[in-house]
Design a protein around this ligand. Structure first.
Ligand code: COA
Length: 203
């Protein structure tokens, strides 16, 4: 897939933030203790930024595609083979993504007047398309976007549980949000973790 020009803006934070933001990509090369420190710094930055979550529009689809590509390309090679990474990247169902936008089931987050840095939504009984731009991860945005998608899902379906097909490395993220394995069957190869979250009756 060609890198759309708008992906450049996902990778380069606005100048105003760049001047006060530490060199976060370096975190990947630091030890675990230092990574925890960096995660704390990101959370502090997130608190003073005014990120807004909104329903995605048709004009956002190209950016969401680019965001998905950037997020998966950065994370998937840590656990998947090159062939599996390509399969993941090629696995986008664009018709489904468009239908989610039409049905107002997809949400995006962006800083005021800034680029979209995260997305999450739902379709059928599944949480879908949860992606945070590499430089904006571990700042709580994934948690907030999933909460928004879950809330919309509950309001509109009254379902008692929601499902997600988690890539291998995101299992800890979903567990932190209350998801558990949906089946005791052993996962094989590059198969996702099939997970689900039951909602309390009261809200
Ligand atoms: C997985 C992903 C959506 C998480 O979003 P995020 O905004 O970084 O997550 P949050 O900051 O809300 O994390 C909340 C908690 O989840 C857990 N968590 C997040 N990412 C994790 C990871 N990669 N491994 C294990 N636990 C993780 C942590 O406990 C974290 O809390 P902490 O930062 O205080 O330790 C994001 O890393 C991403 O977009 N990855 C690439 C795309 C992708 O694979 N999406 C999933 C498709 S199923």
């Amino acid at each position: 897939m060609a890198y759309p020009p708008n992906l450049v803006s996902l990778e380069s934070p606005p100048k105003a933030t760049a001047s006060v933001t530490p060199d976060l990509p370096l975190c990947a090369r630091l030890r675990a203790r230092d990574r925890a420190f960096c995660a704390g710094v990101r959370r502090s930055i997130a608190k003073v930024r005014s990120d807004v979550i909104r329903v995605a529009e048709a004009s956002d689809i190209e950016v969401v595609e680019a965001l998905r590509y950037a997020a998966l390309s950065a994370s998937a090679p840590s656990v998947y083979s090159p062939r599996e990474v390509i399969e993941l990247l090629d696995g986008l169902d664009l018709d489904e993504l468009r239908a989610m936008v039409t049905d107002r089931q997809l949400f995006v987050v962006a800083e005021t007047d800034g680029p979209i840095v995260g997305t999450a939504g739902w379709r059928g009984k599944h949480l879908r398309h949860v992606y945070i731009a590499p430089d904006s991860q571990r700042a709580g945005l994934g948690t907030r976007l999933v909460a928004r998608a879950e809330s919309d899902f509950r309001d509109r379906t009254s379902a008692a549980e929601i499902h997600v097909a988690s890539v291998i490395y995101a299992r800890g993220f979903y567990e932190k949000l209350g998801y558990e394995l949906a089946s005791a069957r052993e996962r094989t190869g590059s198969e996702p973790f099939w997970m689900k979250k039951r909602f309390d009756v009261a809200r």
